[in-house]
Design a protein around this ligand. Structure first.
Ligand SMILES: [Zn+2]
Length: 139
């Protein structure tokens, strides 16, 4: 299904395609602990920024791989490019205006990121069926 989402002021708006029953991560790393970000990681093709590209600014730290994107007007981080899935998008479930049928929150030990990141790697991959479909559309 398609979920709508936005930052607090509404400058940044997006939609994301995800299952109606969501499995999301609650991470305890240095930045997620402060922001309260709840992670819905999707393939990049399942995310569409509708507006607000010019309102977004990017913060990087440590390895610099993750692109922590936040609205420079209201300060809310509605989505970003995560270090665990640099080919995907990580949406903040707290910024969705569409409600899922159910939501399961799984703790993620981001304080020991290197030991656990591989458990998230599959989340940004398209399903085989989708790759086939997209391939057909291109031809
Ligand atoms: Zn905003």
């Amino acid at each position: 299904m398609i979920y709508q989402g936005q930052c607090h002021c509404g400058a940044v708006r997006f939609e994301v395609q995800a299952p109606e029953h969501l499995e999301v991560e609650d991470c305890n790393c240095s930045i997620c602990r402060m922001t309260g970000f709840v992670h819905l990681i999707v393939p990049r093709a399942h995310f569409r920024l509708l507006q607000g590209e010019d309102a977004i600014t990017t913060y990087r730290f440590n390895t610099g791989v993750a692109q922590h994107k936040f609205c420079k007007i209201c300060g809310i981080k509605a989505y970003y490019v995560p270090r665990s899935n640099p080919d995907g998008i990580d949406v903040n479930v707290r910024c969705l205006s569409t409600q899922p049928k159910s939501i399961e929150v799984v703790p993620f030990d981001g304080q020991n990121w290197e030991a656990h990141a591989h458990t998230l790697a599959h989340k940004s991959r398209l399903a085989d069926s989708e790759e086939t479909t997209q391939g057909k559309q291109k031809r």
